[in-house]
Design a protein around this ligand. Sequence first.
Ligand SMILES: [Zn+2]
Length: 256
Amino acid sequence: MPPSRDRPARVLGPVEAFAWPDGARAAVSLTYDDAIASQLDNAVPALARYGLHATFFLTGHADALRASPESYRALVSAGHELGAHTMDHPCARSFSWVKPGFALEDYDSTRMEADLRENRQELQALAQPAPFSFAYPCGATWIGAAHASYVPLVKELFIAARGSNSRVCDPYQDSLFEVPSVPGNLSGSELTAWVERALLVGGWVVFTFHGVAGDYLTVNADAHEALLGYLAEHRASIWTERFGAVARYVAAKRGR
Ligand SMILES: [Zn+2]
């Protein structure tokens, strides 16, 4: 029986695409962790060549930051975002490089709150306007021997937080206090394939970079450049924007 006027055939289709600004079909955020030298030396000039803005999640006591706070202040004037990543980068004690006394197991909420407040003050001193973004060191959202969640504390102090679940963020569903993110130490074609995945589903892909042509967990210069070139070339369909700005946009759309 053909569908009648009163009983139209049911149409099964994808859910309505999320409305990114200016008709873009996906969002991308480039994030750089730990305040390490190769980012200032290699990532920042590459971003400038392609006219792209990124987020730098700063470990408060990082050597590069202590050596040259003015280099980080300059990032804000250049249109980048500085975000928090704790003062001392605590991770699970099982990592061999975690300093004694600075494992997540050693933190309680009082110590973590003091750390995060200090990290925020530092951002303020570097001229980063509030509200601030956060990235969990090692993607871990817990503290103490009992692995208590510190997400509620992060919600009090920050506008959004990046986690480490490696997939495209669903702007309708995912928590803005544990936004998925993809490790950046991949080849150029692997990096652009993640952006293509985001385009297919209308999602937001957040890349987490560490070393850029140097340091550790390194993406090589060509792969990094390939991604930036792709994003610049597809500006009309891909909204490349700082993490905090995308999170704020998503929150506002959801609130409507
Ligand atoms: Zn880190």
